[in-house]
Design a binder for this molecule. Structure first.
Ligand SMILES: Cc1cc2nc3c(=O)[nH]c(=O)nc-3n(C[C@H](O)[C@H](O)[C@H](O)COP(=O)(O)OP(=O)(O)OC[C@H]3O[C@@H](n4cnc5c(N)ncnc54)[C@H](O)[C@@H]3O)c2cc1C
Length: 371
């Protein structure tokens, strides 16, 4: 299909910045660019009819790392590096709240509990033994010791009798966050074209030629924020896709569970959303099959999620599953996202891992600072 003169002139000519991907990073990046360059022509291209990666699919934890995760990080990073990592997440959440407003994202602070299974007595002991050292390390970040020990007051089964809780961990409504971001972007007179797949680009003299599945055009700067889908476009094999499967129950009358929860070293995570339980995880059951950019659910993982609901999370409550879905994360051999200038006029901010809510706004700020 040939585009008309009007279509080219209005949407696809004289573009200053083209952003590929309308997830948390792409949308925040567009807003930052609008602030920095009020007159620039900014275009976002998104392959999905909605953002279709991780940002509209996630669990909505505003988290900073459970105690076992911090302990495990301390095995490979220095104390200073771990403190910096957690500080980055904390700052990122404050930036997200400042940019979007708590009421627009339904920010609620109910704490984030790490729940240890019956089989994890040793890990639980080790976390308890290190609790005060880690609190001391992270007190400067939060202004107060973050981790406390709480009794198993939600009556989960087949778990240790206590949780280790980060009292600062919170939850947001992922849909509201993305809706708000899209609203702000559209108000900032930034065009978003959906259902456009960017297939390749090449650098010209002071412009980047961009090919999509529907048309070709030129832009002064190209910014790739395609997270788990980025390896092909950026020709960078260190970015791996990681599918994450989720389910949500129908409303449960008088649901007694409130907060965010990390189970089995974070391989499973669950939370209440109003009076439902959202539960995800299980990639560790088949890492190979879940290293994919294809959406989909598998029996193996979905059955395990239902088993956890039945035996551990809601053992005495009847429930029904209302929806199941998956999202695609971007991961790599370490937790650091890739934020860099790729070539003369091409930049990227990708590989956000499982922490995009906390770090997405900050990463987009880093990209804008490069420009
Ligand atoms: C199930 C699940 C649960 C999660 N839970 C949490 C959580 O509780 N807390 C947390 O902090 N993080 C969580 N995450 C991770 C978090 O969602 C991500 O880190 C974050 O959304 C990444 O944002 P992004 O903008 O980098 O990427 P994405 O949201 O993946 O956005 C990339 C966009 O690029 C588009 N795209 C890709 N390729 C192309 C192309 N060639 N052309 C055009 N468009 C393209 C995609 O359609 C997509 O919309 C979770 C992720 C998943 C999947």
């Amino acid at each position: 299909m040939n585009l008309s003169y009007w279509e080219y002139k209005t949407w696809l000519s004289n573009i200053d910045f083209t952003i590929v991907g309308s997830g948390i990073v792409g949308l925040n990046c567009a807003l930052n660019l609008r602030e920095k360059f009020p007159k620039a022509k900014i275009l976002i291209l998104e392959k999905g009819f909605l953002p279709q990666g991780a940002s509209t699919k996630n669990a909505g934890f505003a988290c900073f790392g459970s105690i076992s995760e911090v302990l495990s990080d301390l095995k490979v990073l220095s104390e200073q590096q771990v403190q910096k990592l957690v500080q980055k997440r904390w700052n990122g959440i404050q930036l997200l709240r400042k940019n979007l407003g708590d009421s627009y994202i339904d920010f609620q602070n109910h704490g984030g509990h790490e729940v240890f299974t019956d089989n994890q007595a040793e890990l639980f002991e080790s976390c308890l033994n290190n609790q005060s050292v880690i609190n001391e390390l992270l007190q400067p970040v939060f202004g107060k010791a973050p981790f406390v020990k709480l009794e198993n007051h939600f009556n989960f089964k087949q778990v240790q009798n206590q949780y280790i809780t980060n009292t600062f961990e919170s939850q947001i409504d992922t849909g509201k966050m993305m809706h708000r971001l899209l609203h702000l972007v559209q108000n900032g007179t930034i065009s978003i074209l959906n259902a456009i797949n960017v297939t390749e680009y090449s650098e010209g003299d002071d412009v980047v030629h961009v090919k999509t599945d529907k048309f070709e055009f030129a832009t002064k700067k190209l910014i790739v924020t395609t997270n788990g889908f980025a390896s092909k476009l950026l020709n960078n094999s260190s970015i791996k896709p990681a599918r994450a499967q989720v389910l949500i129950t129908k409303p449960i009358p008088k649901l007694h569970i409130k907060g965010t929860f990390h189970l089995d070293e974070g391989y499973y995570y669950f939370r209440n959303i109003e009076n439902r339980i959202l539960l995800g995880g299980g990639r560790n059951l088949d890492f190979e099959a879940e290293e994919t950019t294809s959406f989909g659910e598998t029996k193996l993982i979905q059955n395990k999620l239902v088993q956890l609901l039945t035996e551990t999370i809601l053992p005495e409550t009847s429930f029904e599953i209302e929806h199941r879905w998956s999202g695609i994360m971007g991961v790599g051999s370490n937790k650091e996202p890739i934020v860099k200038q790729v070539s003369n006029n091409v930049y990227c901010g990708v590989r956000l891992g499982g922490m995009g809510i906390a770090i997405g706004s900050a990463i987009s700020k880093e990209i804008t600072d490069l420009l």
